[in-house]
Write a protein that binds this ligand. Structure first.
Ligand code: ADP
Ligand code: MG
Length: 490
């Protein structure tokens, strides 16, 4: 099936081909005809599977560009609002469909001006509710989309959403998209959708098979070393390291920076401007490693993220799905790597069951293995490098004083020096140990499998000198505080 087979208008077809989309993704194949036929839909598909175009294209294709707001897209965060706006703008610009992006923390005036001229409004719930309730705007959209609905409920936006719908016309087409489908979502769907068609991309299709999912079993205090070793070994083009708390983001940013990586951090406490600058820098490639909390990195669509690292295993399976969905996007392959302690192996089992995929365990390469691998890579690189005239001149100069073998040895040593790696030789458990631990995790049901608060790494407390128990319990509640914060600023 091709995009041509859909009944989309020519301008939208052109925009699709300009975007370089060749084939519709599974969720697009199912959703686009239903939306064109006027149905309400509730659609579940993994992150990174093209949900934006699945609702965006059929919606834009039916718009008149008459200067009124014809479509409203509600998304959980500002970053997503900007991202979805960009994509919608791209598809709609040749049809003169303007887009307004509406979120908190910025002045009203400019947003209101843009809404006046927009065909599509992309908004976060907080600011949207605010504009509607204060009667600053009155809109009558024919299409209403709830994007990343599960995230919105997770962030506590249920009341806002219900309230927003009281301001919207009864005669509308409502489209709900979500990566996961917990009960609360179904319930909300019953309230706001009319005879919806369900689009559910089966697990095997929806779990992005382009993502290779690995986990490594380590002692809690080995997390820092393990992370650095794996980054060195995997050589990511770009990667995101997920942490549970803001403090850990700051600490890891300085640790990784001290190891010579180009790193920046993202968490819910940062000012909006600062967040935007940071994300732009990562997209542009100014930094290779992004250290982030769940909330901060929701829905981020950054091309070429080759690896996602879970410094800690996430709290629940849904977060796991969202985190790993930052890689393997747009048809590229990716790797998701999770560090776990023996105690957390049961959480791995739970995630595998919930998500319906298999995670593979591997052993962290020893320092020697890393050196050998990098040595091989170097040899390969040397043999593939083209000889430059400058190099020839340089060797000629050196030959005045040294014989050719000595010169080669010196040059090789110089390159080798850059290939030094820190950390102890062996990090984490080996396969036979992991096997035993797994057996134990299956049989031993006495202990609780998840110990959220206890996973503070020893090395981190050393570095954090003076971090107290007060900090610790504050960190535990950080996730919900993060949520509240982004929420209150919207
Ligand atoms: P989701 O909302 O499901 O997480 P997005 O809509 O953000 O996914 O899409 C992820 C990426 O894939 C975007 O960069 C988007 O431009 C790209 N994309 C979407 N559909 C296609 C397609 N049919 N072919 C190629 N790339 C696509
Ligand atoms: Mg999306």
């Amino acid at each position: 099936m091709k995009f041509i087979d859909f009944d989309l208008n020519p301008a939208i077809q052109q925009a699709v081909s300009d975007a370089g989309f060749k084939e519709p993704s599974p969720v697009q194949k199912e959703a686009i005809p239903l939306v064109l036929d006027g149905h309400d839909i509730i659609a579940q598909a993994q992150t990174g599977t093209g949900k934006t175009a699945a609702f965006g294209l059929p919606m834009l294709s039916q718009m008149k560009a008459d200067g009124s707001v014809e479509g409203l897209i509600i998304v959980p965060t500002r970053e997503l609002a900007m991202q979805v706006s960009d994509e919608i703008f791209r598809f709609g610009k040749s049809s003169n469909l303007r887009t307004a992006t509406v979120y908190g923390g910025t002045p009203y005036r400019q947003q209101l001006e843009r809404i006046k001229q927009a065909s599509v409004v992309v908004a976060t719930p907080g600011r949207l509710q605010d504009l509607l309730m204060s009667k600053r705007i009155k809109i009558d959209p024919k299409f209403v989309v709830l994007d990343e609905a599960d995230e919105m409920l997770d962030m506590g936006f249920l009341d806002e959403i219900k309230n927003i719908f009281t301001f919207l016309p009864k005669d509308r087409q409502t489209l709900m998209f979500s990566a996961t489908m917990p009960k609360a979502i179904r319930k909300l769907a019953e309230q706001i959708l009319k005879e919806p068609k369900t689009v559910s991309i089966t697990k095997s299709e929806s779990t992005n098979t382009a993502i290779n999912q690995l986990y490594y079993v380590v002692q809690d205090r080995e997390r820092d070393d393990a992370l650095v070793r794996l980054i060195d070994y995997k050589n990511p083009t770009k990667c995101i390291v997920f942490c549970r708390m803001k403090k850990e983001v700051d600490r890891l940013v300085s640790h990784l920076t001290s190891q010579g990586f180009k790193v920046s951090g993202l968490h819910g406490d940062m000012e909006q401007k600062q967040r935007e600058v940071t994300i732009k820098g990562f997209k542009r490639g100014d930094v290779d490693i992004f250290v982030a909390t769940d909330v901060a990195a929701r829905g981020l669509d950054v091309n070429d993220v080759s690896h996602v690292f879970n410094y800690h295993i996430p709290f629940d399976s849904e977060s796991y799905v969202h985190r790993i969905g930052r890689t393997g996007r747009a048809g590229k392959s990716g790797e998701a790597i999770t560090l776990v302690t023996p105690n957390e192996l049961r959480t791995i089992k739970k995630i595998e069951k919930d998500v319906g995929t298999k995670m593979t365990t591997e052993v962290i390469p020893t320092r020697q293995e890393l050196i050998d691998t990098k040595g091989d890579e170097l040899l390969m690189k040397i043999s593939q490098t083209e000889v430059t005239s400058k190099a020839i001149d340089m060797v000629k100069t050196l030959q005045h004083d040294l014989d050719i073998v000595t010169i080669a040895h010196l040059l090789a040593s110089m390159i080798q020096e850059e290939n030094s790696f820190s950390g102890k030789d062996k990090i984490g458990f080996d396969l036979s140990e992991i096997k035993k631990l797994l057996e134990k995790a299956y049989t031993d049901r006495g202990n609780s499998g998840r110990n959220r608060g206890r996973n503070r790494s020893n090395s981190s407390s050393r570095r954090r000198n003076g971090s107290s128990d007060r900090n610790r319990s504050r960190n535990d509640s950080n996730r919900s505080r993060d949520n509240n914060r982004s929420r209150s600023r919207d």
